[in-house]
Design a binder for this molecule. Structure first.
Ligand SMILES: Cc1cc2nc3c(=O)[nH]c(=O)nc-3n(C[C@H](O)[C@H](O)[C@H](O)COP(=O)(O)OP(=O)(O)OC[C@H]3O[C@@H](n4cnc5c(N)ncnc54)[C@H](O)[C@@H]3O)c2cc1C
Length: 379
């Protein structure tokens, strides 16, 4: 399938694929077994310069991401890293989504301060917005020179390798809309609990629970304007990269299954041919919808946001079919721990539960019917 990549994008894909298949994929089983961050993968990504993928070129970045000169390249890196290890790709995308937001909202001095540990030491930026069911909402109390912040966040991917943490969705007593802050990791009152991360899959994108108790944040570490996260549809924007991860991971399952069946002499079986034909068609269609949504963003961001929800819904539907059909084609032995398919299954079963599947389709349907929709909708 010709997806219309530029020569530069094609060269980038080849670089990422080499790294993902030769270095990251062979390490993935151990990181999974250890529930450990893929440190060596992230060092490789740092060496390649991809930890500043979504920083403006004028600020020393590569100029990728939705507002960059080449929006698609961020998602192509994400997708092709996921081919080697979906957890590594998730760490990369959360960091670069955070960076994309900081780049769009912060002053030059703030960006320089918050990005320095990344440039010097490969530190990662977490995006801690989600909160566990039943906890009091994270809140900020105005005090002299800043805020005292208390609350609980969960799924804070990258927090264990961060020096600055992005904390969002904070209700404050001094602004009518929620605020966002950047918090240094050694702030008194902050506890980062990495041991809470014991999921079935995606074990290597360690995503701690954060406990904040009267953490002082000076005014200068406030990010953007109150309400800017929802007003500018960032909830919807960060979803593009989840889709890219699903696509790369699905392709890894698909290619592995093709090799397994050829090796076992099953390629001439017409039922298997049919299943692979179905999967290839779904995979290519899902890729095309995401690439198109990203390409639309510059000229028509409103329609692009709807298309992005189509893309995520479509990718998850495709992923479900990929999991069932590769098992049907290959058989149960393919799901033994010695094969990468077993880990990819667990990874994607968890990762596809990143919420909003029905919500994504509802947004698209409401837009089609000419009804009100909200691309930030979370619940
Ligand atoms: C691998 C991974 C990494 C993540 N990383 C981050 C991160 O870095 N930062 C961050 O902030 N969050 C992150 N998330 C967390 C994510 O944003 C969600 O908060 C989390 O997945 C919610 O899990 P839950 O069990 O609390 O689901 P709930 O929020 O309790 O939802 C339960 C189910 O109900 C569905 N649902 C909810 N409301 C509706 C509705 N109105 N209509 C239909 N269905 C509905 C949801 O889609 C979900 O399937 C990550 C999630 C995963 C899986």
């Amino acid at each position: 399938m010709d997806f219309g990549f530029t020569q530069e994008q094609q060269a980038l894909i080849e670089r990422v694929t080499t790294l993902a298949t030769e270095r990251m994929a062979p390490r993935a089983a151990q990181y999974d077994a250890d529930f450990a961050m893929p440190v060596e993968d992230l060092q490789d990504i740092h060496r390649e310069g991809w930890l500043v993928a979504n920083l403006d070129k004028k600020r020393g970045g590569l100029g990728f991401g939705l507002y960059g000169d080449d929006p698609l390249s961020f998602f192509l890196i994400d997708e092709h890293l996921a081919y080697g290890n979906p957890s590594t790709a998730h760490c990369f995308q959360v960091h670069n989504n955070g960076l994309m937001m900081i780049d769009a909202m912060a002053s030059d001095a703030q960006v320089a301060k918050w990005i320095e540990p990344t440039i010097k030491r490969g530190a990662l930026i977490p995006g801690a917005g989600a909160e566990p069911y039943g906890v009091p909402p994270t809140s900020a109390k105005k005090v002299s020179g800043g805020y005292l912040i208390s609350g609980t966040k969960h799924y804070a991917t990258n927090a264990s390798m961060a020096e600055w943490l992005w904390i969002g969705r904070i209700a404050s007593d001094s602004h009518p809309k929620p605020i966002m802050v950047m918090l240094p990791k050694d702030t008194p009152g902050l506890t980062i609990d990495s041991d809470a991360w014991r999921p079935t899959g995606m074990r290597a994108c360690v995503s701690p629970w954060l406990y904040l108790k009267d953490c002082f944040v000076p005014e200068e570490n406030l990010l953007g304007q109150p309400g800017q996260f929802l007003d500018e549809n960032w909830m919807g924007k960060i979803n593009f990269a989840f889709t890219a991860n699903y696509l790369g991971s699905a392709r890894a399952m698909y290619d592995w299954a093709i090799g397994y069946i050829r090796e076992r002499g099953g390629a001439k079986d017409s039922h298997r041919q049919l299943r692979f034909g179905e999967l290839k068609s779904l995979l290519d269609a899902a890729r095309l919808v995401l690439y198109t949504a990203v390409r639309m963003f510059k000229n028509d961001p409103t329609q692009a946001m709807i298309a992005a929800h189509e893309a995520k819904w479509m990718a998850k539907e495709m992923l479900g079919k990929m999991m069932w059909s590769t098992a049907e084609i290959c058989g149960s032995t393919a799901l033994f721990v010695k094969h990468p398919l077993e880990r990819l299954y667990r990874d994607m079963h968890l990762h596809m539960m990143h919420g909003r599947h029905d919500i994504a389709a509802q947004i698209v349907g409401a837009a089609e019917l000419g009804e009100q929709y909200d691309t930030n909708r979370n619940h």
